[in-house]
Design a protein around this ligand. Structure first.
Ligand code: NAI
Ligand code: MG
Length: 349
């Protein structure tokens, strides 16, 4: 059996701490399921930027293209503008490899109480459009430094881009509860959002068992805090999906637990798996970061490599650790990153 080649970019801050925890946990479950993984660690990120003036080598994307999947920690440091780290590494990977779906599961975890409504069980999927929308390079600044200074930014919404996100949400919902909620703002954003609504509606008409509801993003955000149990699959544009998933992650306990997959569903290119959280400079270097987001992203990676039983096994192992009361500080516990990882590895067997 040939080993799956995994490119590893731990990145910056707590990325360097949660990545070893993630690799240990994935390796533990891989051994049990007879999965061969070949980890290829790349020292790209802000230190690389300081030395070379760029976040990844000139041929970086070609290097990544040789892999079956990319496992990423987090990038970003206070001294370098986020626009350099984000647009120098994350966004080029997402776009070059047509990872047009950012899939973010949000689920109540054992012993971790919902911050708002302790009685609710949350289990939903956010399908975020990951290649276009509000995160575009089109725009500019005029009259720099003058009193008239202005900035312009154009949104890019294409029929193809919206339809493929909606289709992914439709497939997912058909296999789950059959409910899709589309995040919109067609009352205020009068060109792109009505187009979004139109294409989502047309696309989901192909899924007769799926019920579609559109909700305005402001009301949806409030409702997701107060009534998260009402939602199953939420499809959203790049910006709306980004915000909703941090919000939903925080409602279920901690942003540190939230995983994500940047998927190229056609498998023409490698997909990328990373926790939702960033490099958390405020706690970096202390060894206290919650590694669940990284470990769970590793489970999503196994799933996308066609190893669903191993993925489920890994999720069960960290849920068992939580149920046994092992928790990092953000979840009200005292375990270090390493201690939590060890607890997961111990429960794999
Ligand atoms: P952040 O997610 O790094 O931190 C937000 C808050 O959550 C902080 O108080 C942090 O301590 C806490 N937190 C995050 N992850 C945690 C974990 N695993 N365990 C315990 N607590 C955790 O977001 P922030 O502060 O807005 O951004 C910091 C840097 O990270 C910036 O440079 C930003 O651009 C970058 N970033 C990178 C991302 C990526 O690589 N995909 C995503 C989001 C932000
Ligand atoms: Mg975010």
């Amino acid at each position: 059996m040939t080993a799956a080649r995994i490119a590893v970019i731990a990145g910056d801050g707590i990325g360097l701490e949660v990545m070893p925890a993630g690799i240990r946990a994935v390796d533990a479950v891989a051994v049990v399921h007879g999965i061969a993984l070949d980890w290829h660690e790349l020292d790209w990120g802000s230190d690389y930027y300081r030395a070379h003036g760029r976040m990844l080598p000139v041929d970086g994307l070609d290097v990544l293209a040789e892999h079956d999947a990319i496992f990423l920690g987090a990038v970003g440091v206070p001294e370098i503008p986020d626009v350099e780290t984000l647009w120098g590494l994350l966004i080029p990977i997402r776009r070059a490899f047509e990872q047009y779906i950012n899939l973010r599961p949000v689920k109540t975890l054992p012993g971790v109480t919902n911050r708002v409504r302790t009685d609710d069980v949350i289990d939903l999927m956010i399908v975020r459009e990951n290649n276009e929308g509000e995160y575009s390079e089109i725009g500019g600044r005029a009259y720099r430094g003058l009193p008239e200074e202005a900035a312009f930014q154009e949104n890019v919404f294409t029929r193809k881009g919206i339809a493929r996100a909606a289709r992914f949400a439709g497939e997912l919902a058909a296999a789950r509860s059959g409910k899709v909620t589309s995040a919109t703002k067609s009352n205020g954003i009068v060109h792109t959002m009505p187009f979004w609504d139109e294409v989502v509606r047309e696309t989901l008409a192909d899924y007769p068992t799926v019920e579609l509801r559109s909700e305005l993003i402001d009301a949806l955000a409030a409702s997701l805090v107060l009534h998260p149990e009402r939602y199953d699959v939420i499809v959203a544009s790049n910006l709306f999906g980004d915000i909703l998933s941090d919000l939903a992650g925080a409602v279920t306990g901690s942003i540190g637990s939230a995983p994500s997959a940047n998927l190229n569903p056609e498998r023409k290119h490698p997909s990328m798996f990373e926790p939702v959280h960033g490099s958390a400079p405020d706690i970096a270097g202390q060894g206290i970061a919650n590694p669940i987001g990284q470990i769970w992203s590793g489970a999503m990676m196994l799933d996308s490599l066609g190893r669903r039983p191993a993925a489920d096994h890994l999720v069960a192992a960290f849920e068992l650790a939580l149920a046994d009361g092992v928790r990092t500080r953000d979840l009200g516990g005292t375990a270090s990153t390493e201690e939590f990882a060890s607890a997961v590895v111990a429960r794999v067997d």
